[in-house]
Design a binder for this molecule. Structure first.
Ligand code: HEC
Ligand code: HEC
Ligand code: HEC
Ligand code: HEC
Length: 183
């Protein structure tokens, strides 16, 4: 029957395309710094969480409530800096990301959190996955882990920042260093 000819390629497409759709990973969701804390707080693994918490990135959202921030906002004719796109875009993690991609523990209060630099964590946060990445048997990029580089820093450390002075990448890297100790 000539009429049904179109059906053949259609059915074939379905048979072959469906499994591919099913295998596609769930999109990476932002799990919040708390989701990294469990495994990245111990001294012997580098205490990344504590180092971040003590330093300024973790306070980037709080900073937007400071007197200095309010003064800047006033000069620019912006309302509450903690609600203003002009400030939030560099002072929080996952700014302007669809709400559906923000996990239950995502918190704007984290400021510039782990995932601002390492990428949304839901697909790489499993211990097995993390170890495979470090061992070099899995490419982190396939599960959303970003390798932070200078370009990433410059996305926020640039003269669009109202308090920008200058950015020395090497020095800045040293200031935020949180390596895994060599075994
Ligand atoms: C999402 C935006 C964003 C990204 C990406 C980012 N930063 Fe920052 N950084 C900030 C903000 C905002 C502050 C100020 C926080 C505060 O004081 O409340 C800051 C502060 C800092 C400070 C402390 C201030 C100083 O000058 O001593 C250092 C050091 C720093 N960042 C280094 C880096 C490095 C290195 C990278 C890249 C690996 C980076 N940052 C990526 C937004 C960002
Ligand atoms: C392009 C990214 C960017 C934008 C937009 C931005 N900031 Fe920042 N902000 C930074 C970075 C990076 C730092 C830390 C280094 C610096 O001052 O350059 C910072 C630091 C600050 C500090 C602390 C300064 C200090 O040295 O103590 C205040 C206060 C601040 N920002 C307020 C604001 C306000 C208010 C807005 C919105 C009107 C805003 N920022 C918009 C990136 C940004
Ligand atoms: C269930 C535990 C666990 C959680 C949760 C976890 N990690 Fe890891 N992560 C590990 C382990 C284990 C390693 C490998 C450390 C080693 O081999 O010494 C690792 C390694 C890493 C590395 C180095 C990867 C490389 O290229 O070698 C980064 C970066 C990292 N984690 C970031 C994060 C961030 C960001 C989060 C939260 C979004 C997170 N991790 C959540 C256990 C975890
Ligand atoms: C401002 C950006 C930034 C933030 C925020 C940040 N990191 Fe990193 N992280 C880096 C950079 C840059 C490196 C070095 C990457 C390299 O050596 O290639 C790194 C390296 C690491 C490593 C691997 C260290 C190694 O020796 O291989 C781990 C683990 C890690 N970060 C975990 C975290 C966790 C957990 C948080 C939050 C508590 C966090 N990071 C927050 C930028 C950041």
């Amino acid at each position: 029957m000539r009429f049904y000819r179109w059906l053949i390629p259609f059915v074939f497409t379905l048979i072959f395309a469906l499994p591919a759709f099913a295998q596609e990973k769930a999109p990476s969701m932002f799990i919040g710094a708390d989701g990294c804390k469990t495994c990245h707080k111990k001294e012997k693994s580098g205490a990344q969480f504590g180092k971040w918490q003590k330093a300024r990135h973790s306070k980037a959202y709080a900073t937007l409530a400071s007197e200095e921030a309010l003064k800047i906002a006033k000069e620019k004719g912006i309302g509450n800096p903690q609600k203003a796109a002009e400030c939030l875009k560099c002072h929080v993690t996952a700014y302007n990301v669809k709400a559906a991609l923000l996990g239950k523990k995502y918190a704007v209060e984290d400021g510039v959190g782990c995932e601002s630099c390492h990428g949304a964590g839901s697909n790489y946060k499993k211990k097995k996955t993390m170890k495979a990445i470090t061992a070099g048997t899995l490419d982190g990029a396939t599960v959303g882990l970003i390798k932070p580089d200078k370009k990433l820093c410059l996305g926020c450390h640039n003269d669009e920042s109202p308090t920008f002075v200058a950015f020395d990448y090497e020095k800045a890297l040293e200031k935020i260093a949180h390596p895994i100790p060599k075994k």
